[in-house]
Write a protein that binds this ligand. Structure first.
Ligand SMILES: [Ca+2]
Ligand SMILES: [Ca+2]
Ligand SMILES: [Ca+2]
Ligand SMILES: [Ca+2]
Length: 192
C-alpha cells in the first residue's frame, strides 16, 4: 500500500460497521460478507473493505467518503435499521450536539447484486435534518451505540456524561425531532 493511502497513523476514530458490499458475490449483503471499517482522520473519512480471503484490510484500496467535513463528528454504528441489509451510520456533531442519520442507499449493479451507494455520505441534505439533539461533546464526552439494547426494534444510545455517569437513551420512533427518549441512568450510585 502506498503511504498516501495510510490513514491509520492520524486516525482519531476507527469504527467497525457492517458490510457495505457483497464480498462473497451471492447477490446480497448480509452477515456472510466481511464487515468494513471506517477510519476518521481529522476532517476526512475513509472506508476500508474487510476481506474474507486476505487478513489485510488494505488489500482493496480505501475509499474516501464524502467531500463533507467530518472534523467535529463522532461516528456511531447502530446497525441495519431499515432492513435492507446495509448498515446505517449515525454522526454526532460534537459542537452542535445534533445526531444525523446516513440512511443506507442501495446501489443495484449490473449483476443484480445490491451494494451500498456511497454517495449518501457526501449528501449535504443529511446534515440539514437530525434525529436527536443535546448531545454535545461537552455534555457527553463519550457517546456510543451497541444497536438495539433491549430488543424493542429501535437502536439505542449510551453515553458517559460530563459528571462521569453512565446514561442510556432508548431509541424510539421519531417524536418531536428526536429518535431517543430522555436520559436514564444505567448505573445507580453506590453500586459496589
Ligand atoms: Ca465488506
Ligand atoms: Ca454476500
Ligand atoms: Ca440499512
Ligand atoms: Ca432499543
Amino acid at each position: 500500500m502506498d503511504d498516501a493511502d495510510d490513514h491509520w497513523a492520524d486516525a482519531d476514530q476507527i469504527l467497525s460497521v457492517g458490510s457495505l458490499n457483497d464480498d462473497d458475490g451471492d447477490g446480497r449483503v448480509d452477515d456472510s460478507d466481511a464487515p468494513d471499517l471506517l477510519v476518521k482522520s481529522g476532517g476526512e473519512l475513509w472506508l476500508y473493505f474487510g476481506h474474507r480471503v486476505s487478513p489485510f484490510l488494505d488489500e482493496i484500496l480505501p475509499v474516501r467518503l464524502g467531500g463533507a467535513d467530518w472534523q467535529d463528528m463522532t461516528l456511531l454504528a447502530p446497525g441495519d435499521l431499515n432492513g435492507d441489509g446495509l448498515p446505517e451510520l449515525w454522526a454526532r456533531d460534537t459542537v452542535k450536539g445534533t445526531v444525523h442519520q446516513y440512511t443506507s442507499r442501495p446501489n443495484p449493479v449490473a449483476d443484480g447484486a445490491a451494494v451500498a451507494d456511497l454517495s449518501v455520505y457526501a449528501d449535504p441534505a443529511v446534515r440539514t435534518t437530525s434525529i436527536g439533539s443535546g448531545f454535545t461533546a461537552a455534555a457527553y464526552p463519550h457517546l456510543s451505540t451497541g444497536g438495539d439494547f433491549e430488543g424493542d426494534g429501535f437502536a439505542d444510545l449510551w453515553a458517559r456524561s460530563d459528571r462521569g455517569d453512565l446514561v442510556g437513551f432508548s431509541g424510539r420512533a421519531l417524536t418531536d425531532g428526536s429518535a431517543f427518549g430522555p436520559a436514564r441512568p444505567l448505573i445507580t450510585g453506590g453500586t459496589p
